[in-house]
Design a protein around this ligand. Structure first.
Ligand SMILES: [Zn+2]
Length: 267
């Protein structure tokens, strides 16, 4: 049903989710990216919708969260949610219950906190410094990508926790791929501002009167520019739109969809 050469595809009591092998190998984190499979929601939210804000039944979403938290081994009470607005503001989570607004990237070293970010085509970025024991999750749609939320998250990990970028593992999660992410010229121009000509040719391609943008490659280039080692970056091979039977895709459903989440906690 879902097959990948990059992710470990897990099935816990019918809840199917994805993990990065390099993150598991450290044995320092509990983490996962949800799929549509294993929840109780119906209709356009079928079945593992993890959003309270899209019109789904709250009780069903509660049960979905309970199931997903159990599957990856975290407590429901430990969740700390982003407040995503396609910008580049970053919040350092010191403790649970902090009020935030307009935050697309979360960083913590607190073992009691599970970071949560939401997706349905945008690019999830996972970070782990196994030496300093610091984690981060960021939400990078094309806007977050061109604002370099990837590089800014690395900078914040260095500034706030003295992380060495050479130690940081990064994972680029399931999102809309170059196979499907067709954009108009204004988006293409924004992406082009970011990169040198020879790199742009790997990221932007012309397709009749439209353009195709590779957000996976764009974020990988930004992580390399931030000093991460190529062998420390894992890149998804799952496009949400190509796999809309098992992953929520905004474009693939004209917005009639639930949300998936990325979750990660130190252990
Ligand atoms: Zn695709």
């Amino acid at each position: 049903m879902i097959s990948s050469n990059i992710f470990e595809v897990k099935n816990k009591d019918g809840v199917i989710f994805l993990q990065f092998p390099a993150f598991n190998k450290t044995e320092l984190v509990k983490h996962g990216f949800s799929t549509k499979v294993g929840g109780i929601s119906t209709g356009i939210f079928n079945s593992m919708n993890l959003s309270y804000n899209r019109g789904d039944n709250k009780d069903n979403v509660d049960i979905n969260f309970q199931r997903f938290c159990k599957a990856i081994g975290v407590n429901r009470e430990s969740l700390f949610f982003s407040d995503q607005i396609h910008e580049d503001k970053i919040h350092i989570v010191k403790e649970l219950g902090e009020e935030i607004s307009g935050i697309d990237s979360l960083i913590t070293d607190n073992l009691d906190v599970t970071l949560v970010t939401s997706f349905a085509d945008c690019v999830p970025l996972f970070f782990l410094d196994p030496v300093k024991r610091v984690i981060a999750l960021a939400h990078a749609g094309w806007r977050g990508t061109v604002k370099n939320i990837a590089g800014k998250t690395v900078e914040a990990m260095k500034r706030e926790f003295a992380c060495d970028e050479k130690n940081i593992l990064a994972g680029i999660g399931p999102s809309i791929g170059a196979c499907c992410f067709e954009v108009s010229e204004d988006v293409k121009l924004e992406v082009e501002k970011l990169f040198h000509r020879d790199i742009i040719d790997k990221i932007v391609k012309k397709n009749n009167d439209k353009y195709i943008v590779d957000l996976w490659q764009a974020n990988k280039e930004l992580l390399l520019r931030a000093g991460l080692l190529s062998q420390n970056i894992e890149v998804t091979d799952l496009c949400t739109m190509c796999n809309k039977d098992v992953l929520f895709s905004h474009r693939g459903t004209n917005g009639k969809r639930g949300n998936m989440v990325a979750m990660m906690a130190l252990k």
